[in-house]
Structure formats: structure tokens, C-alpha cells
Design a protein around this ligand. Sequence first.
Ligand code: URA
Length: 214
Amino acid sequence: QTVRDLFVQRKVMLNGVALSDGRGRITEFCRVEVDGNILQARKAIYVMLHKPKGCVSATSDAKNKTVLDFIDFPEKESLHLAGRLDFNTTGLLLLTNDGKWSRKLTQPQQKIPKTYWVKTQNEITLEYVKKFADGFYFQFEDLTTLPAELTIMSSHTALLTIYEGRYHQIKRMFGFFQNEVLELHRVSMGNISLDENIAAGEYRVLTAAEIVSV
Ligand code: URA
């Protein structure tokens, strides 16, 4: 029998509903059955982890703890990271098995705002605000960073929003002032904010509203 026959006999099911032709859009996470056999039934998973200090943003590592070590459900091996944080940076880290979704958060062209709480060795003065807005020249990449928004919270703390993610970007920005970053904590990525009820090392799945906000 032909594929057309399978449609006519209502044997091709998309998410539990019979398809009458092959024009319906079948994507990675649809459940597809043909004549009672499951062809695919992958479930999309989206997780926010409150990354603690002292682990690498990778799914495997020869010597260090990874962020996956903090997650314990069976499908966790299918997850990848939607953006990374340095070893001792804490805060919002997103994991998923949906590559299309994570690309929307991580592709440089998307210019997704990422907000961090920063604590520094030396005082953060008003002149910093203009410099962050003007950009920093990074010699290694031969580029100037996009305008970033610095809000001074106290003498040694600030909130910083950047729209890209260069290697050790924030530490290098403060390095321009010879001001060492002592604590770095990601508060949000795009419309998704770290849930304050999640302690460091804990995680939860995203809500439907958070998933569609990307
Ligand atoms: N900038 C840094 O320097 N480190 C991070 O983890 C994130 C941004």
C-alpha cells in the first residue's frame, strides 16, 4: 500500500489526531504514529538551574563537576546548554533538548539581554556607566563590545546588562578599570529570570509562559 493509502485509512497520527495528507508540519517534538507504531515521540525539556560556584558549563568533563551533575532525571543526557557561565559564576543557566529554542537565546544576531549582579574589589564610580555604554575594545577579537547598561547599586556592586557573550566578557570589561570581579551572578536571560525560590544547585522545569517567551 502507498503512503496515500495510509492517510486515507487514517493510520497516520500527529499528536493523536489522524492526518489526511502529508502537509501538516511535523517537527522534532511531535508524536507521530503510523498504523499503530510510534515513529517518534520525543518530549521537549526545558530546565532552569541555579548554577553554584565550582562547576563547569559543560555536559561532561574529565576532572570537574559539571552542571549536569546537579540534575537528576532520566532524560538528562539529552540536554544541552543554552549559554554558559564561568566556573565560579553563579545564577541562571538554561538547559534543553530543543536546539531550535536554544539557538534563539544564544545566536549573537538575536542580541538577547543578559543581566548580571556584579561585586567588585574596588569602588564602581560614575565614569564606569559611560564606558559600559560606549563599549570596550577587545584586542584579541578585534571588536568593540555592544552598548551595555550599568546600574550602580552600591559602592562595590552593580547590575549589568550585556547583549552578547564574549569569553570572560564581564571580567574583561571591569579589567579595563583594573577592578577585579569578586562575585558574578546571572539574574536573567531575555524574558526568563532566575526563580528566587531555587537555591544554588537546585533546578526546576520552565513554565509554559517562560518557554514561549523566547
Ligand atoms: N562574563 C564573564 O566574565 N563571566 C561569565 O560567566 C559571564 C559573563
